[in-house]
Design a binder for this molecule. Structure first.
Ligand code: F6P
Length: 570
């Protein structure tokens, strides 16, 4: 059962107090002591290798892997042992992972700096149980927006909701950025075999090139524009939305605008002010973070593309992971185990990055999506109470799909001087039954990479291989060092049966909860994003300087010099 419990709402002041100092002094001491013990143990383990651990224990895979139905997490190629895992599980308990997880599912205001609940899990709650926020069950509203989305999506797909001149819509342009773009764009691509609705296009960048190139290829008469913004104030989205509005009005007439626009937002008053008709506005709530919003009305373009049934399966998959996360003991809990591997690699092994490497072309936007999810959530430097963190927090997250990455940056992964833990994702089966040989090659490449990273190739092995090719002793000695792979480079592998809407929902929810658990262990608030504010403020102040309307005298010499270079001449 998903832990959505009916409870009296604590006053926001009380909940903020509770979560700003979630750990008692005693627990905080215990947490720090366990971190210390983990680091000491990591140093001791530093003299062993993954090769040696596997050689010593043929059951290592069984002991360091876990499953949730067909989803397998293999973390045996991480340089940890039973002692390390026990200590990491102890750390999770001491950091309050269980209590904070339950508080999140129960709708408590764990986002203490914004005084908000964190309830993306309610958006995919399929249990029929209520979810309470501020003493009210949010599920009736959640389900009613999903119904309204389904009616709208069906209408667009069937042509019942038509363009101004009565033609069916052939294209949908989603205008949004960050969480209002990355999630739906990634999911639309991932679910392309289910895509039987109008063509989808995503415009995010304020660079005019993005919207110009997109609109140039489209016929305004059959294009629907969705403006997606949680706040409806984001300058990039508002600028692109106005450009799209002008495109429709200039080509079809002002009277066509209503039929060609829809919006998704929590700020319904601002949407109304923009002029989008009420029955075309789909709301969500402040307890949905932008980077956690693909399950909300932000998923509307996905629903239009794949239909409400496939979208419901997507939500089901996420709900299945929510239940796994809520109900499974920590030692078998996939998001918890992935988080523990993350904390171990980051804080005990000192690895400052991780690469996400889906062996699935349709997941090619997943690394970008996870960049926001992970780095905007856990790129933090103070704890809940405002004091500096005592450990390094979120790593750099990046990646590309395999096998493409193999022919680009894997050289550095294998032989560079920086160790980057890798996260491989691969399905047992592809979607293309008639191209099974492609999938065999994809899978064999994926396995080969994690094996090569782990095993490496010693100087002796390189020497023997070159000698076997009949090279002279001098040539062998000259080339052998270049052919050495240090190995001992950690990776995890996620395997699922097939990339379906259900599996995709489950995979994204797995990563969401992993990020959550890591944040709890680091004692930070994973749900705010103050770090994006300063740049936004400065950009607003710089625009009139670029226009030459305001003096740049107050700026440093570099900014002044760049302004001068960038100011259009004439
Ligand atoms: O600037 C960061 C951010 O606030 C993200 O957190 C968010 O996903 C994105 O901008 C877009 O915000 P909005 O949906 O309000 O336009």
């Amino acid at each position: 059962m998903c832990r959505v419990v009916l409870r009296r709402k604590p006053s926001s002041k009380a909940s903020a107090r509770r979560f700003s100092s979630i750990l008692s002094g005693e627990k905080q001491m215990a947490r720090l002591a366990t971190f210390g013990a983990l680091k000491t143990h990591a140093q001791a383990l530093g003299s062993t290798t993954l090769r040696a651990l596997f050689a010593a224990d043929d059951s290592r895979f069984d002991r360091f892997s876990a499953r949730a139905d067909d989803l397998l997490l293999d973390y045996s190629k991480t340089l940890l042992d039973d002692t390390a895992l026990d200590l990491l599980l102890k750390l999770a308990e001491e950091a309050g992972v269980t209590a904070r997880r339950d508080a999140m599912f129960a709708g408590e205001k764990i986002n203490s700096t914004e005084d908000r609940a964190v309830l993306h899990t309610a958006l995919r709650n399929r249990s029929g149980e209520p979810v309470m926020v501020d003493g009210e069950d949010v599920m009736p509203d959640v389900l009613s927006v999903l119904d309204a989305m389904a009616d709208f999506a069906d209408g667009i797909r069937s042509g019942d909701i038509a363009a101004h001149d009565g033609q069916p819509f052939t294209d949908v342009v989603n205008i949004g950025i960050g969480g209002s773009d990355l999630g739906p764009a990634m999911v639309t691509l991932a679910l392309s075999p289910w895509h039987d609705g109008p063509a989808l296009h995503y415009v995010s960048n304020v660079d005019g090139a993005h919207i110009a190139d997109t609109l140039d290829a489209l016929d305004p008469a059959t294009t629907l524009v969705i403006v997606a913004s949680k706040t409806f104030t984001t300058i990039e989205t508002m600028t692109n939305a106005l450009t799209a509005r002008k495109w429709i009005a200039d080509t079809l007439g002002e009277e066509a605008v209503g039929a060609h626009f829809a919006a998704v937002s929590t700020a319904l008053d601002k949407v109304a002010a923009f002029g989008i008709e009420e029955d075309r506005v789909f709301g969500f709530w402040d307890w949905v973070g932008g980077r956690y919003s693909v399950w909300s009305a932000i998923g509307l373009p996905v629903m239009i593309a794949v239909g409400p049934d496939a979208f419901a399966e997507f939500l089901e998959g996420a709900h299945a992971m929510d239940r796994h996360f809520a109900d499974t003991p920590l030692k078998d809990n996939l998001p918890v185990l992935m988080a523990l591997v993350g904390v171990w690699n980051r804080d005990c092994m000192g690895h400052s990055a991780r690469a996400v490497l889906p062996y699935d072309q349709r997941l090619s936007r997943l690394p970008a999506y996870l960049q926001q999810l992970d780095m905007e959530s856990n790129g933090k430097r103070v704890q809940l109470d405002g004091t500096p963190v005592d450990e390094d927090t979120g790593p750099l997250v990046w990646g590309e799909p395999g096998t493409n990455g193999q022919h680009a940056f894997y050289q550095l992964l294998h032989q560079g001087t920086t160790v980057i833990p890798c996260e491989f994702i691969v399905a047992v089966r592809g979607q293309e039954d008639d191209l099974a040989h492609h999938h065999e090659l994809l899978v064999s490449n994926c396995l080969a990479q994690s094996e090569a990273l782990m095993m490496g190739r010693t100087l002796e092995e390189a020497t023997a291989q070159l000698a076997a090719r009949g090279l002279s002793a001098d040539e062998v000695a000259r080339l052998a060092p270049h052919k050495v792979f240090p190995g001992n480079r950690p990776s995890i592998t996620l395997v699922h049966d097939q990339l379906t809407p259900f599996a995709l929902g489950r995979l994204i929810a797995l990563y969401e909860h992993r990020v959550f658990v890591e944040g709890v262990i680091w004692g930070i608030n994973s749900f705010d994003q103050w770090g994006v504010e300063l740049g936004k403020e400065l950009a607003l102040a710089l625009q009139p300087m670029i226009q030459g309307k305001v003096s740049a005298e107050s700026k440093d010499s570099s900014t002044r010099g760049l302004l001068k270079a960038l100011r259009p001449q004439g």
